[in-house]
Design a protein around this ligand. Sequence first.
Ligand code: DC
Length: 240
Amino acid sequence: MDEHELPPVIAIDGPSGTGKGTIAQLLATELGWHLLDSGALYRIVGIAALQSGIDAADPQGLCSLARTMRVEFSTLFPGSITLDGKEISAQVRLEESGAMASRIAAIPELRAALLQRQHDFRQPPGLVADGRDMGTVVFPDALCKFFLTASPETRAQRRYKQLKDKEVNVSLPALLRDIQARDERDTTRAVSPLKPAKGALIIDTGPLAIEQVMAIVRQELVSYQDSRKESRQLFFSDKH
Ligand code: DC
């Protein structure tokens, strides 16, 4: 990479429950690249707003939080997140935090305020970015773009199983309703709506196990790498 070239990005977008968080995490680990969980940033702004009594309908207050909150994603313990020094990982993953994130994510000023923070994750040797608008808005120059989908019913089932395994009591119809409401908000908002980026590889993860999705992603990266006809290996060495 020459000194003016930005580190490469792989964008993985799609609605929640498609396995994109897991795929992004596995891929980042496999490549030894950085990981951006952009959904967590929206969730954290929502949590920070609750903690500091800022109204979710106050764009200025939310923007100021987005710029000043001190967030750390542990690289040592994936999934561990601190906000202003306090561990908040469990709270970040709550359904309520996701619903709140989806509401405030429709505010254009907040999206703009979080842009720099997201760009800051782009560090050598590369970044795997997980979200809704990674390939369309935040990193339009990403080398490879993926868009993961699955039916709302499949995604609700997956979430139901995850929560049951954690012994959290939930109702499947209520989860399905929440997912449908969130999809509706995320796909119809005026700014950066959830949609596949031009050139993104769309993968329906409904009938696939995680390892099968990973195999498709790897294959796509290898094809891209081969198409560049460079001796420098961008993603994988010859073992793949
Ligand atoms: O991926 P997630 O479930 O953690 O995301 C929570 C919400 O945040 C999601 O419903 C919409 C919003 N979001 C967004 O608008 N843009 C992103 N890049 C990531 C998430």
